[in-house]
Structures are given as C-alpha cells and as structure tokens.
Ligand binder design. Structure first.
Ligand code: NAD
Ligand code: UGA
Length: 315
C-alpha cells in the first residue's frame, strides 16, 4: 500500500464511502470526504457512519453537493486519489418523479466532478459503478465485454456516468477506473436494502417481505472486499481506462439467504411474499476473472461469515 496519498472520497458518510474512508485513514492517507447528506434515508445513520472518523486529524468532511465541486475545489487541491461513491442509490425507487434526483446526483454530479478532476489531475479517479448496468441479461456470468442493457432508470444513470468516465479517459487522459459493484452488504448497509430490512424485521419479530418468489439470485459482496478492490484499483498499473466486475463469489437466491438468517437467528422467520418489483433483474453473477488478473482481486469473505458479522452488528 502506497501511504500518504491525499484522497477524496465522495459520498463519505454513506454506507460504502464511510468504510472506504476508514480504511484509507488506517493506511495513513489524509482523506477529504464530501457528502451532501441527501434525504434518501435518515441523516442520523450517516452521521453515525462517520462518527469515529470525525475525530481523526487526517479526516476533513466537507458538507456539500458534488455538483458544486468547483466551489470546494480549493480545499481539495492536490488530491491524488479520487474515490467517487456519491450517488442516488436504489434500483426500485428510481421510477417516476424520483428520476430527477438520479439525473442530478449520478449524471450531472459525475460530469461536474470529472470536469474538475481533469484540471486537478489526480493519479487515479475510481468510480463506483454497478451490476445494474447489465440488466436482465440472459447470459451468466456477466462479463465486462457484454453489451450493457440496464433494467432500471437507476441503472441507466450509473451506465451514463460510467460512459462519462470512459470518455474523460479517452479525451483527456484522466486515469479513470470503473468498478461494477455487485449488491454490497455489511455493517451500515443502507436501510432500503434487503439484508438490512430482513435483519431489522427479525430483530423486531416482524414479518419480512420477499419480492417475487425469492428464487432471484444475487452475487452478494461483503463491503470489506469492495474496499479492497478500490485500493487495488488505485494502485494497479494496468487499471487506467478499464472497467471491472467486483463480485463476492457468493451467488445465492434470496430464499437461500433466509435459510442462513434462520440459522443465525435461531428462530423461525415470518415471511410475506409480494410481487416482483419493477427494475429488479432476476439474476446477477459476476465474472471476476479480469479483476483477478489485473487488480489481483479475490473476494475474501464468505456469505456465511459476512452475514454473521452484519447480523451481530445490529445487536
Ligand atoms: P449510500 O446512499 O449509503 O451512500 C451515498 C452517499 O452519497 C450518501 O451519504 C449521500 O448523502 C451522498 N450523496 C449523494 N449524492 C450526493 C451529491 N450530489 N453530493 C455529495 N454527496 C452525495 O449508498 P451506498 O450503498 O454506500 O453506495 C455507494 C456507491 O456505490 C453509489 O455510487 C452506488 O450507486 C454504488 N453501488 C452500491 C451498491 C450497493 O449494493 N450498495 C452496488 C453497486 C453500486
Ligand atoms: C443493490 C443496491 O441497492 C444498488 O444500489 C446497486 O446498484 C445494486 O445492488 C448493484 O448490484 O448494482 P439490489 O440487488 O436490488 O441492489 O439489492 P437489495 O436491495 O439487497 O436486493 C436484493 C434482492 O432482494 C432483490 O431481488 C430485491 O428485490 C430483494 N428484496 C429486497 C426483497 O425480496 N425484499 C426486500 O425487502 C428487499
């Protein structure tokens, strides 16, 4: 690990951004975090995510919208690694009027950040892309060279921003890397996501909801593996201008997840089935051979271990 790199983490108070910032600080890197504390979920959760970081003298938080990065640029002068995590996340919520937020944060926000970055000339610009760019593909596992065909408006904006990264690389030599994360879980997971909702319902002895039959599958990825992939992407020689799948190697159905949770909870779980949600792809499954070859990435956490850590973090 190259120490003392000055880092910028956008979305630093979010689920993944806060884990990443914590790890960078542990490695001795000064970190500037930017977060606008969008109201997609409770601000108190985000404040809690970064509570410990705020006391670290190497950490500086800027509260603001990346769309206005030009006005914060002076403080961010000289950053060497940019980790762009800020976005309006959430697949199923991206329909209707909500799309305005997705365009603002994901597309315009990324474009403004790229414009600023091309002048500030970082050594790496790493973008948090998403498995949602693939959509309802008939082909598994998903490979980076497959034609993307998002299944949700959210996926469209994540793909648009990925294309923006690629073209700033091609036109201006900005050293961008896109990491397509596959459904990420771990302590601090967003409250709209499946594992968070399931564990909270179990703890409250309430019914949890499964959309569809529960036979849909995801290549669930533990957050520490996502963080490790970011660090690898910042340092790997071949990574510039490249796109990588980052999956956990733990592809399983939602019903399969419930079986593991039953074991962890030591009790039966009350389940209600509801219709499939628009925008939800039936399956995701990452071919991670490129990330293995070029980033030296291999997921370290099994689903059983990672889910156990997340389950205990709720207590
Ligand atoms: P999150 O909502 O917990 O974190 C995002 C953070 O960005 C939030 O704290 C939010 O306030 C902030 N933010 C949003 N728009 C902003 C803006 N314009 N300016 C400044 N801050 C802004 O989400 P997360 O689950 O941690 O996701 C992080 C990134 O990873 C996102 O880009 C998301 O699309 C991507 N991703 C997540 C997953 C997953 O499973 N969680 C999977 C694939 C990709
Ligand atoms: C997740 C993130 O939320 C997205 O931001 C991200 O871009 C995407 O991963 C990705 O991989 O790119 P999703 O796979 O929908 O999206 O993650 P979960 O919310 O954990 O849902 C997983 C599965 O559980 C889905 O099939 C969903 O329909 C299902 N689910 C979710 C339920 O059955 N019940 C719930 O209460 C919540």
């Amino acid at each position: 690990m190259q120490q003392n790199k000055k880092c910028l983490v956008t979305g630093a108070a979010g689920f993944i951004g806060s884990h990443l910032a914590r790890r960078l600080l542990r490695e001795g890197c000064p970190v500037i975090g930017i977060d606008s504390f969008t109201d997609y979920y409770d601000r108190a959760i985000k404040e809690k995510n970064i509570n410990d970081l705020k006391h670290n003298p190497l950490f500086r938080l800027i509260t603001g919208d990346i769309v206005d990065i030009e006005n914060m640029g002076a403080e961010c002068e000289g950053v060497q690694w940019i980790f762009h995590q800020a976005a309006q996340a959430g697949v199923r919520a991206s329909w209707g009027d909500e799309f305005t937020h997705y365009i603002h944060h994901n597309v315009l926000g990324t474009q403004r950040l790229l414009e600023w970055a091309r002048r500030s000339k970082p050594e790496r610009f790493i973008y948090a892309s998403s498995s949602s760019v693939y959509g309802d593909t008939g082909k598994l596992p998903m490979h980076e060279d497959d034609l993307p065909a998002p299944h949700s408006p959210y996926g469209v904006t994540k793909l648009a921003a990925e294309h923006l990264c690629n073209l700033y690389h091609r036109n201006f030599n900005l050293p961008t890397v896109s990491l397509r994360y596959f459904t990420v879980y771990g302590p601090g997971q967003r409250p709209d996501m499946a594992f968070h909702r399931f564990i909270r319902a179990i703890n409250d002895n309430e019914e949890l909801t499964i959309y569809g039959t529960g036979e849909q599958t995801r290549d669930f990825t533990f957050v520490d593996d996502i963080v490790a992939a970011n660090l690898a992407a910042a340092q790997a020689e071949k990574a510039e201008g490249r796109v990588y799948n980052i999956g956990g190697g733990s592809r399983i159905s939602v019903n399969g997840v419930l079986n593991i949770l039953r074991g962890l909870a030591g009790q039966d779980i009350k389940v209600r089935y509801e219709p499939v949600q628009a925008g939800d792809p039936p399956h995701t499954y990452a071919d991670t051979s490129r990330a293995a070859r070029e980033l030296g990435f291999s997921p370290q956490s099994s689903l059983e271990d990672g889910l156990g850590i997340m389950f205990n973090s709720f207590k």
